[in-house]
Design a protein around this ligand. Structure first.
Ligand code: SF4
Length: 262
């Protein structure tokens, strides 16, 4: 199997400071018009960022919005793999990510070269990958899923089809239980989710008995800011770049997910 080459992101150029007193919301609105840009923001972004976004949604909804947009530039207020998915769907558009450090521990724990090697043990298996993975891993997959459609994506293969699920072993185990399918799980996990142990949650619940518990938090919520969004639009960097051979291979499973979710 040919290994997909690593994803690349163009290096950041040195930046001029933001002039003091600049009205950021106004400047972002001006740049958005001038650049014919759309601002997409994940639900977990701060309210001030959601307020300036053209579209707010979860991973699936943002992928759907990215697939439909006719803007020339996509400013993606989320983590790296989401912006990369937007680029996979929009090779001719410029995709900007305000903060390159907005990464995902789950995606990082499944390097494409190691995943390709591991897959060699499972010839003939279909590969279902959670969207929280790199373009390289998407390129090795048959279909992509989000947490909201994982069951449906696994069930899209006829019963008895041998299936590998990656990179989140916990989501995989949950889908396995829900669908009754026997899945081979890549042993990946998210550091953020692992920190929310049952014991810690129980302690919190004892101290705050009235509190509601909402599961599946997304991380890096505070990495974006209006300043970073303004700078990335003004300087048109950092920009997401996906090698064309990887992009073409990753496009097929992403499109399959979008078609099955329509
Ligand atoms: S919460 Fe975990 S899986 Fe979700 S984006 Fe953050 S590191 Fe990735």
């Amino acid at each position: 199997m040919t290994l997909p080459i690593a994803n690349e992101v163009r290096p950041q150029r040195p930046r001029a400071p933001i002039p003091s007193g600049l009205a950021l919301e106004k400047e972002i609105a001006r740049l958005r018009k001038e650049m014919k840009a759309v601002i997409l923001a994940h639900y977990y972004q701060d309210p001030e960022i959601q307020d300036i976004a053209d579209f707010v949604g979860d991973s699936l909804q943002l992928s759907q919005a990215a697939a439909k947009t006719d803007a020339e530039v996509i400013v993606f207020c989320g983590v790296h793999f989401m912006a990369e998915t937007a680029k996979i769907l929009n090779p001719t558009k410029q995709v900007l990510l305000p903060d390159l450090d907005a990464g995902c521990s789950l995606a990082d724990r499944c390097p494409p070269d190691q995943f390709a090697k591991w897959l060699e043990q499972y010839p003939g298996h279909k590969v279902v990958s959670y969207i929280n993975c790199s373009a390289g891993v998407k390129a090795l997959s048959d279909v992509i899923c989000t947490s909201s459609n994982a069951e449906k994506m696994v069930a899209s293969f006829p019963p008895g089809t041998p299936i590998v699920f990656a990179p989140d072993r916990h989501l995989g185990a949950w889908v396995q239980k829900k669908t009754g399918r026997d899945l081979v799980l890549w042993p990946g996990f998210c550091i953020v989710h692992e920190q929310f142990t049952e014991r810690q949650l129980t302690k919190l619940k004892v101290h705050h008995p009235q509190a509601k518990l909402i599961a599946h938090p997304e991380c890096e919520a505070s990495v974006n800011s209006l300043e970073k969004i303004y700078l990335c639009m003004r300087d048109r960097t950092p920009e997401i770049v996906v090698p064309e051979d990887v992009r073409v291979r990753a496009l097929r499973p992403v499109k399959r997910m979008l078609e099955l979710s329509a």
